[in-house]
Design a protein around this ligand. Structure first.
Ligand code: HEC
Length: 148
């Protein structure tokens, strides 16, 4: 084998490898970038005053701030563990979960309770993102669970 052809062959495979490596890098970087973008999506800022109106229109048929009704009381729901109000008979869908209600999880829940926690008995959803944010801001304004 002459030296130039040996070099050419190895150079060729080196180029091949780096191209393959670049493809691999791109393939692994893409999902990471997508995840980073998803995590940086911020929810709109909610307004507790208009949230109160929406809550009264759309939630108080089943919920109150201070008392259990057809749905559990919601005053201190922000920061509370899912399905944890004593004396309320939750569905299995909520009872078996282990997370604490945050702005993100409340937003996902209100977008579609049945998609977020399949099997839940809560059937209504709020399509408008700003209205969801306002309702969540209103819920956050009752940290003691009292009607303040
Ligand atoms: C038609 C009745 C009904 C309406 C209207 C309703 N809910 Fe519910 N909600 C329920 C029921 C029933 C549950 C318990 C679900 C289960 O156990 O599967 C629940 C559960 C919840 C939970 C979980 C609480 C916990 O303790 O984990 C939140 C949060 C919630 N509702 C928020 C709302 C908000 C905000 C609105 C208004 C936009 C609303 N709901 C409207 C019936 C309703």
């Amino acid at each position: 084998m002459s030296l130039p052809s040996f070099l050419a062959r190895n150079l060729g495979s080196a180029v091949g490898w780096s191209a393959a490596f670049a493809v691999l890098l791109l393939a692994t970087a893409a999902p990471v970038l997508t995840a980073a973008r998803a995590a940086s999506v911020t929810l709109p800022k909610g307004d507790a005053i208009s949230g109160r109106g929406y809550f009264e229109d759309r939630c108080t048929g089943c919920h109150s701030i201070v008392r259990n009704g057809f749905g559990p009381r919601l005053g201190d729901v922000y920061g509370r563990r899912v399905g944890s109000v004593a004396g309320f008979q939750y569905s299995q869908a909520l009872r078996q979960k282990r997370f604490v209600w945050s702005e993100k999880s409340l937003d996902s829940w209100l977008s579609g309770p049945g998609q977020f926690l399949p099997g839940t008995r809560m059937g209504i959803s709020i399509a408008d993102q700003q209205i969801r944010a306002d309702i969540i801001a209103y819920l956050k304004s009752h940290p003691s669970g009292q009607d303040e």
